[in-house]
Design a protein around this ligand. Structure first.
Ligand SMILES: Nc1ncnc2c1ncn2[C@@H]1O[C@H](COP(=O)(O)OP(=O)(O)OP(=O)(O)O)[C@@H](O)[C@H]1O
Length: 262
């Protein structure tokens, strides 16, 4: 499969994922275009995190294919046939994808700066100077220029999450996956993290796929929102449409439940 500038950045083509007899994703197909910010919403257990885990190659598909910029992620071509990707192929393609999790997973014994420069020097082979210059720019972007020499334990949860965002961006990913990045934060720290993400969405051309229960954020920042139920996209629309005049009854019920809870 060749890379073509008109290819979507993310393509799920009839992807099926099962855990035992439980079919979590049932021939799911969708695309995300270059630079788009797409948010996945839907009830607990509908398969949102599974989609991100498949993209991170933490899970394998049971059917269908996943591609990034027109290149297979889940598979590779060998002797004219499509075969499941081997480790070498996976590690090359997944380098294009960054992820920020609910838990920040920073290295506690390293300074903030080292947390950000570690992977670019080790994996991308950047010199220490290059990696540090990049890290300094990213710390500025996430509003933590004064914390370069601090250790993670000296930071608030919101600050740690902003370091985790800078660390993911330091690898210059084409795609950034965001999985409930504010769920573990105290409510007063959420706004700072969301405003950093908004800034990244508006100032970079990184393609972003986000799972969140922060409906206001989804509404403010997304180009498109996909509503999931039982592993299928039941509604896919721009936020103004999906949040103000949803078409599907399940979307209406879901939104009314989460908005009443907030
Ligand atoms: N490793 C696993 N083994 C067995 N079942 C799993 C595994 N991972 C996920 N599941 C099941 O797959 C379904 C989808 O899970 P997933 O975490 O993708 O849902 P979700 O929409 O992200 O939910 P939430 O909003 O609660 O995070 C759930 O029923 C879950 O129990």
């Amino acid at each position: 499969m060749s890379t073509d500038s008109t290819d979507p950045t993310i393509t799920f083509d009839a992807v099926t994922k099962r855990f035992g007899a439980h079919v979590v994703l049932d021939e799911l197909s969708f695309t995300v275009d270059p630079g788009e910010f797409v948010t996945l919403i839907g009830p607990s257990g509908s398969g949102k995190t599974t989609i991100l885990r498949l993209l991170m190659t933490l899970e394998k598909v049971d059917g269908g294919t996943i591609s990034i910029d027109g290149e297979y992620l889940s598979h590779m071509e060998r002797g004219g046939k499509l075969v499941p990707a081997d480790e070498k192929h996976l590690s090359r393609v997944r380098r294009r994808i960054g992820m920020v999790f609910q838990q920040f997973n920073l290295f506690p014994n390293m300074s903030v700066l080292r947390n950000i420069t570690e992977a670019p020097t080790r994996v991308l082979g950047l010199s220490k100077g290059e990696a540090e210059a990049r890290a300094v720019d990213l710390l500025d972007m996430v509003g933590l220029s004064d914390k370069a020499s601090a250790h993670p334990t000296q930071l608030s949860g919101g600050q740690q999450q902003r370091v985790a965002i800078a660390r993911a961006l330091a690898m210059r990913p084409d795609v950034l996956l965001l999985d409930e990045v504010t769920s573990a934060l105290d409510p007063e720290l959420v706004a700072g993290v969301l405003s950093v993400l908004k800034e990244i969405a508006s100032t970079t051309d990184i393609t972003m796929l986000c799972v969140t229960h922060e409906m206001q954020f989804a509404r403010d920042v997304s180009d498109r929102v996909m509503m999931f139920d039982s592993g299928r996209v039941i509604e896919d629309a721009v936020p103004e449409k999906l949040f103000t005049s949803p078409e599907h009854d399940r979307t209406k019920e879901f939104l009314s439940a989460v908005l009443n809870r907030a």
